[in-house]
Structure formats: structure tokens, C-alpha cells
Design a protein around this ligand. Structure first.
Ligand code: HEC
Length: 152
């Protein structure tokens, strides 16, 4: 991918942002994967969506997500090799954590991290409104989550 999905002014080192990057999400529940071929799209490349156990239960029952639900989506470059499309290096990781204190974004804390960079890219609930939530807001019927579990 050519850059970040969202270009925001980076914060300082040590800032915790809206959500810290979970370290163990690769062993969580895989929800879906997607490849976007359009190089002009900010979502160009491979991505996977993971959810923790708390969120998976609600997703299966199509209920609103409880506080503590976390969705993580790492984005990777797309590499064409010997006739196949392969997942390339990590570009960035986006996170949504359900937390009713984040009222300005309807109860979701949004954050994004560039590959190898511990500095959060969104930083505050207010910054997340324009950078993230305005687009997710259309998914109100599914508690602002786009993904549906594809592994049934
Ligand atoms: C232009 C629209 C748009 C913006 C802006 C946007 N997203 Fe998303 N987001 C999507 C779409 C579409 C999906 C579903 C991708 C899929 O189906 O694999 C998604 C999926 C996600 C997911 C997986 C859970 C879900 O809803 O499926 C997370 C986590 C996420 N986005 C976080 C963020 C964060 C953090 C930001 C801001 C830094 C952000 N998004 C900004 C459109 C957007």
C-alpha cells in the first residue's frame, strides 16, 4: 500500500492513543480476509479482520457488541509473484475497541498504528470522528461494524 489509510498528524512517543495495539491478536478469531486491487484506494492490498472471544459471541448472535470487544485489522502490501498474489509486508494495523465512554464515536475507541511504529496515529476520540467513525457510522444496524463472520 502506498501510505496510510488515514494521514493524520502523528502524536509524540509515549502517547497511549485511544487503544493500545494488542500483541496477541493473530491467535484470536479470524473473521474474514479481503484483497483490494485498486491502487488508488487507501485500502489497497491484503487485510484480515480478527475479533476477540467476547466480540465473536455477539457477532454470532447478531447482538450489539459488549464493552471489551476488540476488532483488529492488519493491512499488508500485495505482491505478485509467479502468477499468484501474495501477502506482502505489513503496512498498518487498525483497531476498534468497544468502550461506552467513547460517546462521541458511539461507544467505539478507534486507533491505527503504522508498521513498526509504536506512536498511535489517531490519538483522541475527537480525531477519530472524521478519520474513522464518519465512514463506519453508516453501519449503525450492525453496531458500526462492517465485517460479518465468513467462517461458518
Ligand atoms: C472510507 C471508509 C472507512 C474509514 C474512513 C475507516 N474505515 Fe474501518 N472499515 C471500513 C470498511 C469498508 C471495513 C470492512 C473491511 C472488510 O470488509 O474487510 C472496515 C473495517 C474496519 C475494522 C474491522 C471491523 C469492521 O468494521 O469490519 C476495523 C477495526 C476498522 N475498520 C478500524 C478503522 C479505524 C481505526 C479507522 C480510522 C483510523 C477506520 N476504520 C476508518 C471502512 C472505513
Amino acid at each position: 500500500m502506498i501510505g496510510l489509510v488515514f494521514s493524520l498528524a502523528p502524536l509524540s512517543a509515549g502517547d497511549k492513543g485511544n487503544v493500545e495495539l494488542p500483541k496477541d491478536f493473530h491467535s484470536w478469531n479470524h473473521v474474514k480476509s479481503m484483497v483490494i486491487f485498486d491502487k488508488t484506494s487507501p485500502f489497497y492490498g491484503f487485510h484480515h479482520v480478527y475479533v476477540n472471544d467476547k466480540g465473536l459471541k455477539a457477532m454470532k448472535k447478531a447482538e450489539p457488541y459488549p464493552d471489551g470487544t476488540v476488532f483488529v485489522a492488519p493491512f499488508y502490501d500485495l505482491v505478485m509473484e509467479e502468477g499468484s498474489y501474495n501477502q506482502g509486508p505489513l503496512v498498518q494495523t487498525v483497531i476498534m475497541k468497544k468502550n461506552k465512554k467513547f460517546a462521541v464515536t458511539d461507544g467505539w475507541a478507534y486507533e491505527a498504528y503504522k508498521a513498526g511504529d509504536p506512536i498511535p496515529q489517531v490519538g483522541t476520540p475527537e480525531a477519530a470522528v472524521e478519520a474513522c467513525h464518519n465512514c463506519h457510522a453508516g453501519q449503525e444496524k450492525t453496531d458500526f461494524i462492517f465485517s460479518k463472520n465468513m467462517n461458518e
